[in-house]
Ligand binder design. Structure first.
Ligand SMILES: [Zn+2]
Length: 140
């Protein structure tokens, strides 16, 4: 005698959560977060990180401004760094002029190395024009 006992369970085992309603995936790791989340608890994403990302267009402008050393930094809100780069250009410029005299003008090319350094830094530095309020502004 064979007895088969098959249990049917009509109840769905794990109710799939209606997830996408008021939630959003983390831009970095995809972990579902509340829509108004300011940070991810799985990775180091913060809302400020992605919202300043739209200001990345200013990187190119900062590089163009760096034709005058420091101007790109000032444009991005780094006034002190900008003035430091600007004042740094004075001794570098003097040195380059001396090198230019010593090398029949070819020394002027040295200044491009300084400009490239300024441009790279202006490009890489974080934009400070938009203050990151979302990070800890709610505590106040
Ligand atoms: Zn995440």
């Amino acid at each position: 005698m064979i007895e088969m006992s098959v249990e049917y369970t009509d109840a769905p085992t794990a109710s799939a959560e209606p997830s996408t309603g008021d939630k959003m995936p983390c831009p970095y790791c995809g972990h579902l977060l509340p829509k108004d989340a300011t940070r991810c608890d799985r990775c180091d994403w913060t809302r400020g990180a992605t919202e300043t990302a739209e200001g990345k267009a200013s990187d190119a402008i900062a590089v163009i401004f760096s034709i005058i050393p420091g101007l790109g930094h000032i444009y991005k809100g780094h006034k002190l760094a900008g003035f430091l780069w600007m004042f740094g250009a004075i001794p570098v410029g003097i040195f380059v002029l001396l090198a230019a005299f010593a090398s029949a003008g070819w020394g002027l090319g040295l200044f491009f190395f300084y400009l490239i350094a300024v441009m790279l830094h202006a490009y890489a530095v974080d934009d400070r024009v938009a203050p990151p309020k979302e990070d800890d502004g709610e505590e106040y």
